[in-house]
Design a protein around this ligand. Structure first.
Ligand code: NDP
Length: 233
């Protein structure tokens, strides 16, 4: 292991932003443990793991297995998320629950798993993938935006409370190529998304921002990066 090589865990690494980030960071020489429910192809320095962030035991095992194998965790990228948008009056309550379970409870399970490890080490870096939806609400985004507001608030709260040595970053993507919009079942929201997602940036644009935050020296904490397509309002 070189001085600059880090042990980096990523949740939601089977597609989109998480997959691009896992590939970029492994190619840069880091050891990447990539978790998701679907299987992930192993590659050099990229270790797949089965993970369901809604299950606290699964999130704990994801972090503990990495500690057992590598002795430490330098960075946790809590990226797993879902976005089945709909108007509130469509009453797709199961989809509201799924967003809360993955985007909020899943984030909390990931933090709960990593925080004791970071405290023991006296260092660590939590990176959360929020969204421009954390800063704005549009019709159909109320619950998704609420979960991303929550992700922003939880990450900022951790920054304020945390011991010296813990770095905390919120990555705030705009419209990015991924599978995220494919899960929208509500026809009104699906139609609205076609126009909203006309201009996208590649997932690697977000991966580069994440890499920038990780690459800073230990006394520099990049707290939030917003990256959107130039043409996105
Ligand atoms: P994708 O749908 O391509 O990726 C989502 C990832 O989350 C997948 O790897 C999926 O893996 C994983 N995931 C979903 N549920 C769970 C679960 N219960 N346990 C573990 N992993 C899970 O979308 P993106 O790459 O776009 O999404 C990544 C993050 O970026 C999300 O938090 C999203 O909200 C955020 N974001 C995306 C934007 C965009 O325009 N793309 C804009 C703003 C924010 P699997 O299904 O295999 O479990």
């Amino acid at each position: 292991m070189t001085d600059t090589q880090k042990i980096i865990l990523i949740t939601g690494a089977s597609s989109g932003i998480g997959a691009a980030t896992a590939q970029r960071l492994a190619a840069a020489g880091h050891i990447v443990v990539a978790g998701a429910r679907r299987p992930i192809e192993p590659a050099e320095r990229l270790e797949p793991a089965r993970l369901d962030v809604t299950d606290r035991a699964s999130a704990t095992a994801f972090v503990q297995d990495a500690v057992d194998r590598h002795g430490r965790v330098d960075v946790l990228i809590a990226n797993a998320g879902v976005m089945p948008l709909s108007r509130l009056d469509a009453l797709l309550v199961d989809e509201w629950d799924r967003m809360i379970d993955v985007n909020v409870r899943g984030l909390l399970h990931s933090i709960a798993a990593a925080l004791p490890v970071f405290r023991r080490q006296g260092s660590g870096h939590l990176i959360t993938t929020a969204s421009v939806g954390a800063h704005e609400v549009v019709p159909t985004s109320a619950i998704y935006s609420a979960t991303k507001h929550a992700a922003w608030a939880i990450t900022e709260g951790l920054r304020q409370e945390s011991d010296p040595g813990l770095r905390v970053t919120t990555i705030t993507p705009g419209v990015t190529e991924s599978e995220l919009a494919g899960q929208i079942s509500d026809p009104y929201a699906r139609d609205a998304m076609v126009e909203y997602r006309r201009d996208t940036i590649p997932a690697d644009a977000i991966a580069r921002a994440i890499q920038f935050a990780i690459d800073q020296p230990a006394d520099v904490d990049v707290n939030e990066i917003i990256v959107r397509p130039t043409r996105q309002r």
